[in-house]
Design a protein around this ligand. Sequence first.
Ligand SMILES: Nc1ncnc2c1ncn2[C@@H]1O[C@H](COP(=O)(O)OP(=O)(O)OP(=O)(O)O)[C@@H](O)[C@H]1O
Length: 290
Amino acid sequence: MTELTTEHLIKQFGNRVVLDDINLTLKPNTIYGLLGRNGAGKSTLLSIIANQITASSGTINWDKTPLTGRDHPLQAIYLMSEQNIFNKENRLKKIMKDTALLQGAFNQTLADKMLADFELNPKQKLNQLSTGYRTIFKTIVALCVPADYVFLDEPILGLDANHRVLLYRYILEAYENRPRTFVLSTHIIEKIANLIEHVLILDQSRIIVDDDLETVLDHSYQISGPKEDVLAYCQELPILASEQIGTLYTNYLYTELPADRVIPDRVAIKHVDLQTIFIKLTEKGREQHV
Ligand SMILES: Nc1ncnc2c1ncn2[C@@H]1O[C@H](COP(=O)(O)OP(=O)(O)OP(=O)(O)O)[C@@H](O)[C@H]1O
């Protein structure tokens, strides 16, 4: 199966470096979470890989062969993004038909089921839909194209909680019925940990985490207790953030804890969830790390 890699990818807008030396491997049949705060560069990265904008330098390899704009495997990589690639005046039905022609195939059975479940009428025009419904429709299309790499840029933009749960269920179902690679780009981490297998965190133009979910959760810690005991235990460990509530002092760490270090009696060590560690890793003013 084909692997997609980026090598030393750099993107500048004017003098501003938005992506700085991005080296990634996207493996076949894997669900990735591309997480980053607003403006981190997630959309830019996905647009470059999907050949919608060009990189300032660096290469993208498809099956270890460098890609140029001309030989880009357009039907194998599909980007669903915030920007509308569809004509807003068109009815949903027509957009699906055009997509089938462009992408070579379209799973209309799945599309019809999803449209009915989300209560979307295919006779409506795209410009008649609310923000949330536009996102839902674009995601439906993305799940129904035959691409092996599907990039979902902010697939839950504007969706209410019920629709978010339903959409995640459909993404998982689509994956189980026909394994392919999904990259879900978002800054809304809630519930995403139930879906993704591999975590990529983009922060300040760089990838700061590129690990499978299990490893990420395994390395995410909260160490609490009296300040002097917590500091003593954490000596020389990379501390992401600290907080004090009353007499309880807490350090957050993203690391492997030394197995031979004795844990003081009054210190409690707990794992934290993806959302918490994402916030701590990407807090404003933090130095680049790991
Ligand atoms: N065409 C452009 N010209 C100039 N700057 C741009 C352009 N496109 C994006 N940028 C800038 O590049 C940075 C990264 O933008 P990008 O849209 O990739 O971030 P993002 O992580 O997808 O953000 P969000 O979660 O808010 O959608 C932002 O600071 C943005 O202003």
